[in-house]
Ligand binder design. Structure first.
Ligand code: HEM
Length: 397
């Protein structure tokens, strides 16, 4: 069992599930970056963290020394559960990824956009007359889950079940292997039923696309591959974008100048979305060290994990001037929110479209809003960071 006592020395003993990290990780990352390009903790059976953009990039590009077979830092090293392509290393990675690219092109996203706009408006209709709401629990949470359910061809009404699995796999499962495995088995049974049904009643959704896919030898994908990819799409497609939309609304709720500027200059929305992705990048991944190497002059030993924090890379002031400021018209913004190297996000076009539509529709219908001083904003722990409670009041203060 890993140690979860409170941290007293971040540089030599960091813990990415410490409540202070969950609440506000940015000053901690600044402290770690000032100390070294790579830091190490004995927690989680041994784990490094690259702290600069350059060190994160080196790890992400080096698939020889760093494997993706485990992509979450957990207390234990449970059996490897393949979810291709995110858990695949070369040479298996490329064919597994290529299968997934066509359904996520910008053109495919244009076709999906009206459905996402309708989802946003249905949700807003549900609370606009209440004078305020929890913008995470009632808005940002339900947009991506319903969009990816629509793409996969599974009922949007099962959204709460999908969200429960994600919470169990990405948060509770960090410390409790039984919860993790139980959620994985429940998902397999769920998708198993949908796969069976399509054998007699084919559909034109993502589940059928994967069932009809052929590998380089013209063979159908093994069931475990189809199942693993479906789990990945459901997990990757939901709390990532839910977090990104939530953090964007959190910023706009507490920064009237940026909100008013976006209302007056809607053409700034694309650069604002990129800046929200940079500043509040939700996704931290992991790698497993396979062979001894060196990053930024620091020796790296096999057997350890690596906490691969794209969010920390995005706050590196040598790459992003005023890295801790949100600059909605930032000109140069080569952020790493969607990852770097071969595993770069498949869903980036979908995520950007969902963020844009969600912010646009919210601002169109609720141009004035602010944090509710009587409520409390809370953040998710671990792999994906975003607001889970975001109480706001509508109208001018
Ligand atoms: C703002 C929202 C999102 C962010 C910040 C994000 C971030 C990331 C990151 C950092 C990676 C790289 C993982 C690594 O290097 O190990 C990744 C991979 C991936 N993402 Fe996303 N993601 C988002 C939304 C989505 C959506 C909506 C989908 C669609 C289902 C998706 C599907 C995937 C898949 C399939 C991969 C694996 C790609 C590979 O291994 O080659 N993501 N994402």
């Amino acid at each position: 069992m890993s140690d979860h006592s409170p941290v007293t020395d971040w540089v030599h003993d960091f813990d990415h599930t410490d409540p202070r990290w969950t609440e506000n990780p940015y000053p901690i990352w600044d402290e770690l970056r000032a100390a070294s390009p790579v830091v190490h903790t004995e927690r989680y059976l041994g784990c490094y963290m690259p702290t600069t953009f350059e060190a994160v990039k080196q790890v992400a590009y080096d698939t020889e020394h760093f494997s993706s077979r485990r992509v979450v830092v957990r207390n234990a090293r449970p059996e490897v559960i393949p979810s291709p392509p995110i858990t695949s290393d070369p040479p298996q990675h490329k064919p597994a990824k290529q299968l997934l690219l066509p359904p996520f092109t910008p053109d495919a996203m244009k076709k999906l956009e009206p459905r996402v706009r309708a989802i946003c408006n249905e949700l807003i209709d549900g609370f606009i007359d209440e004078g305020g709401c929890d913008a995470a629990a009632r808005y940002s949470k339900y947009i991506p889950v319903r969009a990816i359910a629509h793409m996969l061809g599974i009922p949007e009404d099962d959204s709460d079940r999908f969200i429960k699995w994600i919470h169990e796999i990405l948060e509770l499962g960090i410390k409790d292997e039984a919860i993790l495995m139980n959620a994985v088995h429940e998902m397999m049974a769920y998708f198993g039923g949908h796969i069976e049904r399509r054998k007699t009643e084919p559909t034109d959704d993502l589940i059928s696309t994967l069932m009809n896919a052929r590998d380089q030898n013209g063979q159908p994908l093994p069931d475990m591959h189809v199942q693993g990819t479906l789990r990945l799409l459901l997990i990757a497609g939901i709390d990532t974008t839910w977090s990104a939309i939530g953090s964007s609304l959190w910023h706009l709720a507490r920064t009237p100048a940026d909100r008013e500027r976006l209302l007056a200059e809607p053409a700034l929305l694309p650069s604002a979305v990129e800046e929200f992705l940079r500043a509040f990048a939700p996704v931290t991944m992991a790698r497993e060290v396979m062979k001894e190497t060196e990053i930024g002059g620091c020796p790296i030993k096999p057997g350890n994990m690596v906490l691969l924090s794209f969010p920390a890379a995005n706050r590196d002031p040598t790459v992003f001037p005023d890295a801790d400021k949100v600059v909605i018209d930032r000109k140069q913004n080569p952020h790493a929110a969607f990852g770097l190297g071969i595993h770069r996000c498949v869903g980036s076009n979908l995520a950007r479209m969902e963020m844009t539509v969600a912010i646009e529709e919210w601002l169109r219908r609720i141009p004035d809003f602010r944090l509710d001083p009587a409520g409390k904003v809370t953040w998710s722990e671990g792999t994906v960071r975003g607001p889970r409670q975001l109480p706001v009041l509508f109208g001018k203060a």
